[in-house]
Design a protein around this ligand. Structure first.
Ligand code: PNS
Length: 161
């Protein structure tokens, strides 16, 4: 059984991520989307919220599961029996960093390969940080994130009395 791992911060999941999840999951028997629990970052959404938004967005993808992890990615990949790490590439500027990570991960886990998927061109500008900024500034994020995320962003960023 070919099991792949798609890791990220997903703060929050975007339509760019969903494009990679849909296309990536069609290539493997099992596709694990894994949210990094990173204590050194100060995310907008809690780990529970990010996992929940991903689960809602992936409900129609039967071979996709959503989990969270802490520590080294390759240790988690081995723990869940994933032989492939999937990464999305939006632009050449992503490649330097991603290639460095792929080399690092391969050094520690030679049996785990990294596979890059080019994002759909229409998502090439899209990132979680851009979505957070647009939402914070009162812009519309409809179509940039799954519907459930639009609502959660509005709830999270609504001005409080
Ligand atoms: O969505 P992001 O923030 O670009 O995802 C980055 C992620 C989670 C894929 C990366 O930071 C990662 O793999 N972190 C786990 C810790 C680790 O293994 N670090 C060494 C790999 S360079």
């Amino acid at each position: 059984m070919r099991r792949a791992l798609y890791p990220g911060s997903f703060d929050p999941v975007t339509m760019g991520h969903m494009d990679i999840i849909r296309r990536g999951s069609s290539m493997f028997d099992k596709f694990v989307v894994a949210v990094l629990l990173n204590p050194s970052k100060d995310p907008l959404f809690s780990i529970e919220e990010r996992v929940c938004m991903l689960k809602e967005a992936c409900v129609d993808l039967p071979n996709v599961s959503v989990d969270c992890f802490r520590g080294l990615l390759v240790s988690y990949a081995e723990q869940v029996g994933a032989s492939v790490i999937v990464k999305g590439l939006r632009a050449v500027s992503d490649f330097d960093y991603e290639l460095q990570q792929a080399h690092f991960n391969r050094q520690f886990a030679p049996n785990v390969d990294t596979v890059f998927l080019a994002t759909d061109a229409q998502n090439s500008f899209l990132s979680s940080s851009l979505v957070r900024e647009v939402a914070r500034l009162g812009g519309s994020v409809e179509g940039l994130v799954p519907a459930g995320v639009v609502q959660r962003l509005q709830g999270k960023l609504a001005p409080r009395e």
